[in-house]
Design a protein around this ligand. Structure first.
Ligand SMILES: [Zn+2]
Length: 1009
C-alpha cells in the first residue's frame, strides 16, 4: 500500500482496531480500497432506506472508497435483494455532475451481518478536463448533432447499411417514438467521463445501428449491420470503443432429432413447444418464469433484431416432431434440417434450469425492466462455423438478448463443422455470454459493463469457455464428438492445454500471465482464465516447461462447485472490475474477485474450492499481486501427482500412460525399477516423490504412508487405513528437511536416492480372502506453511497392479468393493476394458451375481474375475493403439537421440500393402532421454502389426514465450507398446468414489536400432 492519505490511514486503523477480522484490498493507482470486508456497518443500520444506508456508510468509511466528500460525489443508483435476503446497494461516482464509467460502489448487506462487504471502482482524485478543443469551448449539443449525422453517413456509405436504412424505414419503429426520432441512434447520447490510461476523457455514450466488423470464434472477421454500443471522444470525435457481437464456436444437440448421434442413430430430444390454433406447433417453452423462443432465421442474420423483437419466424412443425435431418452441405438443405432448432431449444431449457438452480433466471434475472427479458435463440443464420450472443436496446433503455447459431461449415462439399447449435459446449458458451452481459453492470446500473474488446473481452470469452467446460465436462471448444461440430476438423481451442497447436487454425493459446499477448487478441488471452477454472473445477496438471515448478497438480474441487463460485463472482462482484483501458489488471482483479466469492461461499479460506482456485490462479500467474499489481511471492506448497484419473484431460499432453488409478509419484522400487506390487513377507523400499510447486523453500515436509487391501471404495479417513511399518513395527515416516522452491526430492524414479526410501514390511498375514495386492496412500504435512493451513487434504493413492503380458491368459483378479455410507446402496461398478484387444475376455467368477446387488453400510466384499487371453504374440498388436512409444530420432536433427513418449487419440487406416501394416495418426508427447527435453505434437506414420515397429513423422512444437510456436518435423523409428489395462470404478449416487487398475506389462525387448 503506497498511495494512502493520512485520513485514509486513520479510518483504516480504526476499522481494523474495532474489527480484527476486517480485510482490505488496496489499489494504489486509484488511491482507494477496491474491496473491503468485515463489520462495516452494524445490522441495525441496514433496516433503514437503502439511500440512508449508503449515506451512513459514506459517513463512516467513504474516504476509503472514493473522494473525501463522499456524500456529494456518490449518486445512489438502485438497491436489489436478489438472493437469500441479501441486499445490494449500488452507487455511481460523479465529477462535476458527470457520471464516471467503471466507478461503481456496491455495498453488500444482510440482516445478520449488516454491511459486510464493499467494492469500489472509484477514484480518490478526479481531474475533469476543460470542455475545450484546440483552445475553444465545445458545445455539447452541437457535437451530438454532428455525431448523429456522421453515423447516418457511415451507415449510408455501406452497401448493406443503405439497404438497412430503407428496410428500417419501411418496417417502422413500432411504438418506440424515441428510437424513431434519434435513428440510427436508439436514444440521445449521454455525456460521461471515461478513464483512459491515467486521465479522464469527455465522451458520449450511445447505442446506434452501424456497420460492424466482429471477430468470431473461428478467428475470422465478419461484417454486418448491428445495433452497437459506442463510446466517442466528445472533444475529438474519435471512437474510443465500439461493441460487436461476441462470437464463439458452437455446434449441436436436440423431441426432434439432434445433431448428435448415439449408437449409430440421432439422439431424440424432448422439447417443450406450443400449438397455434390447433394447427402447427411452435418452439416456445412457457413453463419457466421467462419464456424460451426458438427461431428459424431463414439463412441470414440481417434484420434479425426486428424478427426477434416482433416474435416472427418462430421455428414451426406441423406434427410436433422436429425430425428433418441432413448430412448435405448445400445451404438450402441445411436450412431445411430441424436439428439445430431441436438442439437450441433443448439446450436453452437445460441452461435455464441450471442457472435457475443458482438463483439466476433466464438471461437477466429480471433485473432490467418490469419483467425478465425472454430467452431468445435462433438457428439458420447462414453457413459458417460460428455463433454469437448479441442484444438490442430500446428507446427507454431496456435491454433484450439473443443467441444466434450458424449452420456449420463445408469443405470440399462435405460437412467440416456441423450445426453450431448442436454442440452442448458452444451453446453453453453463448448462454454464459448473455449471463455475463447482464450480470456485470456499469456504474449507472446498466448491463454490458464488460466490453467486447481488449481484456474485458478476454474475460468474457474465458468465462464462457469455463462455463461450457464446467457444465459439460468437455474441455475442447467445440467438443470432439464423432458427429458433432468438429466432425471433420480440429477444435478452435483446447482449454485443457491451451498451448497445443492441434487446433483448427494451428494457433496456440496462452496459459500463463507472463506469456500474455496484446489486448487485441482477446481469445488468445482468455485461456489464462479458463485454463485456471478448468484446473480448479475438473482437475488437471498445469505444465510449465520454462519456469519452475514444471508440473503443478490441481485436484479438482468439482465442476459444479467451481461453477457456483464463478457465477457468484460474475453476478455479484464483477461490477468493479477495473476499466478496460487498465489492460491485464482486469484479469488479475477478476481472479481476486473469484477468490472472494469462494471465501464468501464457505465463510473462510479453508475450503477445497478456495484452495484449488488459489493454486490454479498461482499456476497461471494471476495470483498473488499487491495493491500496485506487482507480483508477490506465493510461498511454498508440497504436492504429489494424484492418481492419473484426476487429471485425465491433461494426461495426453504430458506424456503419461492411461493407468487411471495410479499416482506416478507413489511407488515401490526394490532396485529393479518402479513397481506397484510389494513383496509379501519382506521389506520394500517405498517412495513418495514430493514437489514443492511454490516459490519459497519449505522445511520439514513430513510424509506418512498407509495401505489397505486392493479395493475400489476405500475409507476417506487415513485412520481407517493401516500405517505402513518397518520390520520392527515402527511407522514409516519420510521427513524432508528442506525442499527448495520448484524442486522435487526425487529426480528420477528409476534410480531414487536411498535416503528418500522408507522401509515397508508387508506381513503375509495381511492377505485375506485371496486379495494379495494392496493400495497405497501417502499424506503430506508441512507444519507452519501458510499454504498448507486449510481443510483440503494433501494425499495421493496408487491402486494399481501390474502383471507380465505373458501371464495374461488365466490371470485372476481379486479386489474389494465396499460401502462406507450410512445407508444401503446399489453396487454400481463400471468396467472399462476398452484398452484390451479383440479376443480378450473378462469373466466374473463370483461370489454370487453382480445384477441388482446391494451393499449394506460397512459391508466389504471381495470380487473375483478371470482374464481369458487366447492370443499369440502378434495378436497383442490388434487395436486399440494408444500406448507407450520408445525409440530414436532419425534424420538430420537430433539424429540418434533416444526418446520415451506416449501416443494417444489414435486413428488408424488399414493399407492394402504391405500386409500387416496400418497407417496411424495420433498425438505424441514425451521426452528426449539425454537432455530431458519435453517434446509434443502430432504423429503420422506406419505401424507394423507383427512387431509394433512404428515409423513416421512427429511434428513437435516448441514454445517460446510471447513468440509464435515453432514446428519441427522429426522422423522417428520406434517401438509401440499399446496400453493393455482394465479399470474398475465404483460409483455411489452416480459419483465415482474410487477404483482399481490392472495393467499388463510388455516385456522390455525389441528396441529398434
Ligand atoms: Zn464467446
Amino acid at each position: 500500500m503506497e498511495n494512502v492519505t493520512r485520513l485514509q490511514r486513520d479510518i483504516l486503523d480504526r476499522l481494523t482496531e474495532r474489527d480484527t477480522s476486517a480485510s482490505v484490498r488496496w489499489t494504489d493507482v486509484r488511491g482507494i480500497a477496491s474491496a473491503l470486508s468485515g463489520r462495516l456497518l452494524p445490522p441495525d443500520r441496514v433496516r433503514e432506506r437503502p439511500e440512508a444506508v449508503l449515506d451512513a456508510f459514506l459517513d463512516a468509511l467513504g474516504p476509503l472508497v472514493g473522494p473525501e466528500n463522499g456524500a456529494e460525489v456518490w449518486r445512489f443508483v438502485k438497491a436489489s435483494g436478489a438472493k437469500d435476503d441479501r441486499l445490494r446497494i449500488r452507487a455511481m461516482q460523479m465529477a462535476k455532475g458527470l457520471p464516471i464509467h467503471c466507478a461503481s460502489l456496491v455495498l453488500y448487506a444482510d440482516a445478520e451481518r449488516g454491511v459486510y462487504r464493499a467494492q469500489s471502482g472509484g477514484y480518490r482524485e478526479v481531474d475533469v478536463p476543460p470542455l475545450e478543443y484546440r483552445g475553444r469551448p465545445v458545445d455539447v449539443g452541437q457535437r451530438e448533432q454532428t455525431l448523429r449525422r456522421r453515423l447516418i453517413r457511415n451507415l449510408r456509405a455501406d452497401e448493406a447499411g443503405a439497404k438497412f436504412i430503407d428496410r428500417k424505414i419501411e418496417t417502422g419503429f413500432g411504438d418506440d417514438r424515441i428510437a424513431e426520432r434519434n435513428f440510427p441512434l436508439n436514444a440521445p447520447p449521454v455525456h460521461w467521463l471515461y478513464p483512459q490510461k491515467d486521465e479522464f476523457r469527455h465522451v458520449l455514450r450511445l447505442y446506434a445501428y452501424q456497420p460492424t466488423e466482429w471477430l468470431g470464434v473461428n478467428g475470422e472477421t465478419t461484417k454486418s449491420i448491428k445495433m452497437v454500443d459506442m463510446v466517442v471522444d466528445l472533444l475529438t470525435g474519435r471512437t474510443i470503443h465500439q461493441g460487436g457481437p461476441i462470437g464463439v464456436w458452437s455446434d449441436v444437440t436436440a423431441d426432434g432429432r439432434s445433431t448428435l448421434q448415439q449408437g449409430g442413430g440421432y439422439i431424440t430430444r424432448p422439447l417443450l413447444a406450443v400449438r397455434e390454433d390447433m394447427a402447427e406447433r411452435l418452439l416456445v417453452n412457457r413453463t419457466n418464469t421467462t419464456d424460451i423462443f426458438t427461431h428459424h432465421a431463414g439463412g441470414s442474420d440481417s434484420g434479425l433484431e426486428t424478427k426477434l423483437q416482433n416474435g416472427t419466424d418462430l421455428s414451426t412443425d406441423t406434427d410436433g416432431h422436429w425430425n428433418d435431418t441432413t448430412t448435405s452441405c448445400t445451404g438450402t438443405d441445411r436450412e431445411d434440417s430441424q436439428q439445430p432448432e431441436t438442439d437450441a431449444h433443448f439446450f436453452a431449457q437445460e441452461a435455464y434450469r441450471y442457472y435457475d438452480g443458482l438463483g439466476w433466471e433466464g438471461f437477466d434475472n429480471g433485473e432490467w425492466g418490469t419483467s425478465a427479458c425472454d430467452v431468445r435463440v435462433t438457428a439458420h443464420i447462414g453457413i459458417d462455423d460460428n455463433a454469437y450472443f448479441w442484444r438490442w436496446v430500446d428507446g427507454s433503455g431496456r435491454h433484450f438478448g439473443y443467441l444466434a447459431f450458424y449452420d456449420g461449415e463445408c469443405s470440399g462439399g462435405s460437412v467440416a463443422m456441423d450445426f453450431m447449435a448442436g454442440d452442448p459446449g458452444i451453446f453453453a458458451h453463448e448462454y454464459q455470454h448473455a449471463v455475463t452481459y447482464f450480470g456485470s453492470v456499469d456504474s449507472a446500473g446498466d448491463p454490458g459493463y464488460l466490453e467486447t474488446g481488449g481484456w474485458h473481452r478476454a474475460l468474457h470469452e474465458g468465462l464462457s469457455d469455463s462455463a461450457a467446460g464446467l457444465r459439460t465436462g468437455q474441455w475442447t471448444a467445440p467438443g470432439l464428438w464423432p458427429d458433432g461440430a468438429c466432425r471433420n476438423d480440429r477444435p478452435f481451442r483446447r482449454i485443457e492445454y491451451p498451448r497445443s497447436t492441434d487446433t483448427k487454425s494451428g494457433s496456440a493459446y496462452v496459459d500463463h500471465y507472463d506469456d500474455r499477448v496484446g489486448a487485441g487478441a482477446p481469445y488468445s488471452n482468455s485461456t489464462i482464465l479458463s485454463h485456471a477454472l478448468f484446473l480448479a473445477g475438473q482437475g488437471g496438471v498445469h505444465e510449465r516447461t520454462s519456469r519452475p515448478a514444471e508440473l503443478i497438480p490441481v485436484p479438482g474441487a468439482g465442476n459444479a462447485n467451481i461453477f457456483a463460485v464463478m457465477h457468484d463472482a460474475v453476478t455479484d462482484y464483477f461490477d468493479s472490475i477495473p476499466a478496460n483501458s487498465t489492460g491485464v489488471q482486469t484479469m488479475i482483479e477478476a481472479a481476486n474477485l473469484i477468490l472472494d466469492a469462494a471465501e464468501a461461499a464457505a465463510g473462510d479460506t479453508r475450503s477445497c474450492e478456495y484452495d484449488m482456485l488459489r493454486r490454479a490462479f498461482y499456476a497461471v500467474g494471476l495470483f498473488p499481486f499487491d495493491s500496485s499489481f506487482v507480483k508477490q511471492s506465493y510461498g511454498g506448497e508440497a504436492c504429489m501427482l494424484p492418481w492419473t484419473v484426476a487429471w485425465k484431460h491433461s494426461r495426453p499432453y504430458l506424456g503419461f500412460p492411461a493407468h487411471w488409478w495410479r499416482s506416478p509419484d507413489l511407488f515401490v522400487n526394490n532396485g529393479s525399477g518402479v513397481e506397484y506390487d510389494a513383496d509379501v513377507g519382506a521389506e520394500n523400499d517405498l517412495f513418495a516423490r514430493v514437489r514443492n510447486i511454490g516459490d519459497q523453500d519449505l522445511t520439514n515436509v513430513v510424509v506418512r504412508f498407509y495401505f489397505r487391501a486392493h479395493g475400489t471404495a476405500l475409507p476417506p479417513s487415513s485412520t481407517a487405513w493401516k500405517p505402513c511399518q518397518d520390520s520392527t513395527g515402527t511407522d514409516c515416516v519420510l521427513t524432508i528437511p528442506t525442499l527448495a522452491a520448484g524442486s522435487m526430492n526425487i529426480a528420477n524414479p528409476a534410480s531414487p536416492p536411498a535416503s528418500q526410501a522408507v522401509k515397508w514390511f508387508l506381513p503375509a498375514s495381511e492377505i485375506v480372502a485371496g486379495v494379495d495386492h494392496f493400495c497405497l496412500r501417502a499424506e503430506i504435512e508441512v507444519a507452519g506453511a501458510a499454504n498448507h493451513d486449510n481443510d483440503c487434504p494433501y494425499r495421493v493413492q496408487s491402486n494399481v497392479s501390474y502383471t507380465p503380458l505373458s501371464l495374461a491368459d488365466g490371470l485372476g483378479i481379486r479386489f474389494i468393493v465396499a460401502n462406507w455410507e450410512k445407508e444401503s446402496v446399489p453396487l454400481d461398478l463400471e468396467i472399462d476394458d476398452r484398452a484390451l484387444p479383440d479376443g480378450v475376455r473378462l469373466h466374473f467368477e463370483g461370489p454370487g451375481d453382480l445384477k441388482d446387488r446391494r451393499l449394506e453400510p460397512g459391508e466389504e466384499v471381495a470380487l473375483h474375475w478371470k482374464v481369458e487371453a487366447p492370443l499369440r504374440d502378434a495378436d497383442w498388436f490388434r487395436p486399440p493403439f494408444d500406448g507407450a512409444v520408445t525409440g530414436r530420432i532419425a534424420g538430420d536433427l537430433l539424429n540418434g537421440a533416444w526418446f520415451d513418449a506416449e501416443l494417444s487419440d489414435v486413428r488408424t487406416v488399414r493399407q492394402v500393402a504391405p500386409r500387416r501394416t496400418v497407417h496411424v495418426e495420433g498425438f505424441l508427447a514425451g521426452r528426449l532421454r539425454r537432455r530431458d527435453r519435453k517434446l509434443q505434437g502430432r504423429f503420422e506414420g506406419e505401424l507394423n502389426t507383427e512387431d509394433g515397429t512404428l515409423t513416421g513423422v512427429w511434428v513437435t512444437v516448441r514454445h517460446r514465450a510471447r513468440r509464435r510456436p515453432k514446428h519441427v518435423k522429426l522422423e522417428i523409428k520406434a517401438a509401440l507398446r499399446p496400453t493393455r489395462a482394465v479399470h474398475f470404478t465404483q460409483r455411489i449416487r452416480g459419483e465415482p468414489v474410487g477404483g482399481v487398475t490392472y495393467t499388463l506389462r510388455w516385456p522390455d525387448r525389441d528396441r529398434p536400432s
